[in-house]
Design a protein around this ligand. Structure first.
Ligand SMILES: Nc1ncnc2c1ncn2[C@@H]1O[C@H](COP(=O)(O)OP(=O)(O)OP(=O)(O)O)[C@@H](O)[C@H]1O
Length: 234
């Protein structure tokens, strides 16, 4: 299965942010999306998640020879600024999420099993989410996405605010689930992208392009990416 994007364009008040996104994301891979500040990574995610209307082009899922629309159930989106209902406790939020999505969640576990899985401490489980740190809110967001298990997961700088232990667990988890998913991961941390991702994709001047690693070492590959981003910004 593939996520196919054809000639997608997005403007904001005359600013042409996404000029011609034409790309195929394949199941079974983690894609690292790199681009300079303001390149349009979040805008692309918002378009794919159908939070923003696109101005031109289309995107769809290709399953064998069958094309089908991307539905909201196909996509999970972990935002860089986590958005959680602050007036609920972690337990209330998770229970509510499970209740309303029960029919779409295979092998539902107990709320505490999910908290254990995500490393959310017992003393935090009944606290209001408004008192959670940025990283803890991020963990809650990641958790509901892992539970819902959408085919495509868009991750907008998700590991940046997690502590090193959780970030490492998340990396392992992403590697574990990648065979059945398309994972697109935006980050400014080059080492993370090179370490975690199967493919590096650059967004620059409104266009996506894949960077081939060839026979390069990790260090040489990182140099190549920086050079490309610098050159293309001229
Ligand atoms: N709702 C909006 N209205 C107007 N302009 C917007 C809107 N959202 C984004 N933009 C503009 O689109 C461009 C791309 O923004 P976007 O947030 O997608 O970039 P990014 O690659 O995610 O950046 P960063 O790496 O800094 O987070 C920027 O110039 C931004 O100002």
């Amino acid at each position: 299965m593939e996520l196919v994007i054809e000639h997608l364009q997005k403007y904001f008040e005359g600013k042409h942010v996404l000029e011609d996104i034409d790309f195929r994301f394949e199941k079974g891979k983690i894609y690292g999306l790199l681009g300079r500040n303001g390149a349009g990574k979040t805008t692309l995610f918002n378009c794919l998640n159908q939070d923003l209307p696109i101005d031109q082009g289309k995107f769809y899922i290709l399953d064998g020879n069958e094309q089908r629309k991307v539905t909201t159930g196909d996509i999970g989106y972990v935002l860089s600024t986590p958005s959680v209902p602050e007036f609920l406790t972690a337990r209330e939020f998770l229970q509510f999420f499970i209740d309303i999505n029960q029919k779409d969640i295979p092998n539902v576990k107990t709320v505490d099993e999910y908290f254990d899985f995500m490393g959310i401490l017992p003393e935090d489980r009944d606290r209001l989410l408004k008192d959670f740190s940025h990283g803890m809110k991020n963990k809650m967001q990641m958790l509901i996405n892992f539970i819902y298990n959408p085919f495509i997961l868009l991750l907008d700088e998700p590991l940046t605010s997690l502590d090193v232990v959780v970030a490492d667990e998340m990396k392992k988890l992403l590697r574990k689930i990648k065979d059945e998913h398309i994972l697109i991961f935006s980050t400014h941390i080059m080492e993370l992208a090179v370490d975690l991702c199967d493919e590096i994709v650059l967004l620059n001047h409104g266009v996506l392009s894949m960077v081939s690693k060839d026979e390069l070492s990790d260090d040489e590959f990182q140099e190549k990416i920086i050079t490309l981003l610098k050159d293309e910004s001229l």
